[in-house]
Design a protein around this ligand. Structure first.
Ligand code: ADP
Ligand code: DP6
Ligand code: CO
Length: 326
């Protein structure tokens, strides 16, 4: 009746950007991520026959109608799939900034899916959890697993073959991600809205789809060979290609701020001086810098010198979903 789960966020090395079916959260392309150890969500779900509607508490605060409805819509999908009929109390804590481009929707919906499914009393497979998490937020499908993860777009219209699969387990390759915060403001264009506008209006979207398929092949080969240079060059190029599509949208939009560009330039300067670092950026102004353990200290020290940098979170490869005692 009651369960609690923890799920970590993930950073996409090859981006999910575009839906072919918005209601079912079916993406236009496969994506590939690394789960992060530093950012996570813990969510408790309790089904209760006395409740007249779902109740959603985030970070100790009762959420407004809009946020509660969003979560309740997701809980309807869980109820439909599992046969559970009761409403639930959902109590969640984000150990990650919410809606600021640090992938709170990924850890948030992965933790919610896992806790809700478990609270029905039935044990569901990770594949089923991934499919369910996907229907809360696409990137959440990948946060069910630790390590390096691919979300397969699938071919079927009902989404039954659309879920994430593990590519490389947590301990198999020690890469580091420096999550560089230049602002923790909530983003102006949510990921959902941004990708929708891009799909509908950007003439560059067709080019993105063509490029992302090749980038994915390249990134998977690099991971299989543990070839950091090849992976780094691919992930940086893929992030730039994703952001280029937003400039072609109508109305156009851009997730970068001047501080974002300053961090990107600093990474390029580091590289020119022989230190291998590569950046990627999600739907927000903060930058994630991917590197090998031997270079982390130096890169951290250099980036901390930038006046625009507020904080740097040092991440390693993180684990998949796990359940907590209550
Ligand atoms: P982010 O970069 O943080 O993933 P998004 O725009 O993708 O930003 O998603 C942010 C939204 O995800 C929030 O506005 C909220 O609706 C949802 N969300 C975040 N954390 C949680 C959580 N712990 N439980 C349920 N939903 C959450
Ligand atoms: C740029 O998963 O947050 O971070 O499916 O609409 O909830 P919804 O969007 P979301 O989009 C993430 C976009 C991205 C790239 C990525 O994580 O792959
Ligand atoms: Co998100």
């Amino acid at each position: 009746m009651k369960a609690k789960a923890r799920a970590h966020t993930n950073i996409a090395l090859i981006k999910y950007w575009g839906k072919r079916d918005e209601a079912l959260f079916l993406p236009t392309n496969n994506s590939l991520s690394m789960t992060l150890d530093q950012f996570y969500t813990e969510t408790m779900v309790e089904f209760d026959s006395k409740l007249k509607s779902d109740q959603f508490i985030l970070d100790g605060m009762e959420m407004d109608q809009r946020e509660t409805e969003k979560v309740s819509l997701f809980m309807d999908k869980v109820r439909r799939y599992t046969g559970e009929s009761r409403y639930a109390l959902i109590d969640s804590v984000n150990h990650v900034p919410t809606a600021a481009g640090f992938a709170s929707s990924a850890s948030g919906y992965a933790a919610l899916a896992a806790a809700a499914m478990k609270a029905t009393g039935v044990n569901f497979s990770e594949k089923e959890l991934s499919k369910m998490a996907r229907q809360g937020s696409g990137s959440a499908s990948r946060s069910i697993y630790g390590g390096f993860v691919e979300w397969q777009k699938g071919e079927l219209a009902d989404g039954s073959d659309c879920y994430a699969v593990p590519v490389l387990e947590q301990g198999a390759w020690d890469l580091r991600v420096l999550s560089v915060e230049v602002t923790h403001e909530v983003k102006k264009v949510l990921s959902r809205e941004g990708m929708k506008r891009t799909v509908e209006t950007s003439p560059f979207f067709a080019g993105w789809l063509e490029a992302v398929a090749a980038d994915l092949v390249e990134a998977k080969a690099a991971i299989a060979e543990r070839d950091f240079t090849r992976l780094g060059e691919t992930l940086e190029r893929n992030a730039l290609r994703m952001h280029a599509t937003t400039l072609g949208a109508n109305p156009p939009f851009m997730y970068w701020q001047s501080s974002t560009v300053q961090v990107m330039e600093a990474v390029q300067v580091l590289r020119e001086s022989g230190v291998e670092a590569y950046f990627t950026i999600d739907a927000g102004p903060n930058v994630k810098v991917v590197c090998q353990p031997k270079d982390e200290e130096r890169i951290f020290a250099e980036l901390m010198k930038l006046a625009v940098v507020q904080q740097i979170y040092r991440c390693q490869v993180g684990p998949g979903v796990n359940y907590l005692e209550i």
